[in-house]
Design a protein around this ligand. Structure first.
Ligand code: NDP
Ligand code: 8X3
Length: 254
């Protein structure tokens, strides 16, 4: 049986999750990649395997608790001892004022960013506790620090990620488990395309006049936190582009 560490990454088909899959593969981990899009997962698996990485794919929607449970139960025995859980799957939908928000968008954000993250935590962390070994990295956001115009429900989901991460850290303080909240600022991924329902012009405008972060930048931070000495718990990291000061102050070149 391999003694390489195992990481499970949700939302690995794009952006930050895909960056994490590549970074942890380069770092010698065995990788469990998850997402809804099975074809993208298979294509990423093939590309990671060219460098000799062992990869397992699990296609499911984190909003579907039963599907998540079945997917986790289907993990073969020699992959079950998961060392790292990266709760990354998530999205924003819309940027309307709260009083004009779309109910379906709200449900999708709350069900994915909060309830999906909780489902995966509930399914994976008991094994970590029983082995007294493990690390949970939740991808929060600068958006969880303070609301911005139109951010209302998305910002609330990322504030919830902070509270849920802090709560878990308290609950496992008597174990060797570590719990980290990584809070990125502007990262150029598929995020804004999803937020604006495929309006690429509006999405591109989010990154206008600033060099944004990349998924790989956030993956490097996750990898650093994962590989800190055992007595070091990186509890929370706010990672911003150099010309971004917080959720609302961004200096853009004309
Ligand atoms: P992307 O849109 O590029 O990636 C999102 C990933 O989440 C995809 O792999 C997608 O996979 C997956 N996903 C979405 N919904 C579900 C679902 N219901 N079930 C399973 N997987 C799902 O965006 P990012 O990489 O930017 O976003 C990743 C995380 O980072 C999110 O939590 C986001 O809130 C957070 N974040 C992003 C920032 C940014 O500026 N980009 C800044 C701060 C935080 P698939 O479609 O295959 O299911
Ligand atoms: C993503 C960053 O500022 O676009 O969480 O909400 S932001």
């Amino acid at each position: 049986m391999s003694n390489k560490r195992i990481v499970l990454i949700t939302g690995a088909t794009s952006g930050i999750g895909e960056g994490c899959a590549k970074r942890f593969a380069r770092g010698g981990y065995r990788i469990i990649i998850t997402g809804r899009n099975g074809e993208k997962l298979d294509s990423l698996k093939r590309s990671l395997e060219t460098d000799g990485t062992e990869v397992l794919t699990l296609a499911f929607d984190v909003r579907d608790r039963e599907a998540a449970r079945k997917a986790v139960e289907s993990i073969p025995d020699d992959w079950k001892d998961i060392d790292m859980l990266i709760n990354n799957a998530g999205l924003a939908r819309g940027l309307e004022p709260e009083y004009q928000g779309n109910f379906d968008d709200w449900d999708q954000m709350i069900d994915t960013n909060i309830k999906g993250l909780l489902t995966m935590t509930r399914l994976i962390v008991p094994g970590m506790v029983s082995r007294n070994r493990g690390h949970i990295i939740n991808i929060g956001s600068v958006a969880g620090d303070a609301a911005y115009a139109g951010g209302n429900v998305y910002c609330a989901t990322k504030s919830a990620v902070k509270a849920i991460t802090d709560g878990l850290r308290i609950d496992v303080a008597d174990t060797r488990l570590r719990v980290t909240n990584i809070k990125p600022g502007l990262v150029e991924t598929n995020f804004s395309n999803v937020r604006f329902h495929g309006d690429t012009q509006r999405a591109d405008n989010v990154y206008r006049g600033i060099k944004p972060l990349t998924g790989d930048d956030i993956a490097d931070v996750a990898f650093y936190a994962a590989n800190a000495p055992e007595h070091v718990q990186i509890a929370e990291v706010l990672v911003l582009a150099t010309h971004q000061a917080n959720g609302t102050v961004i200096h853009r070149e004309k």
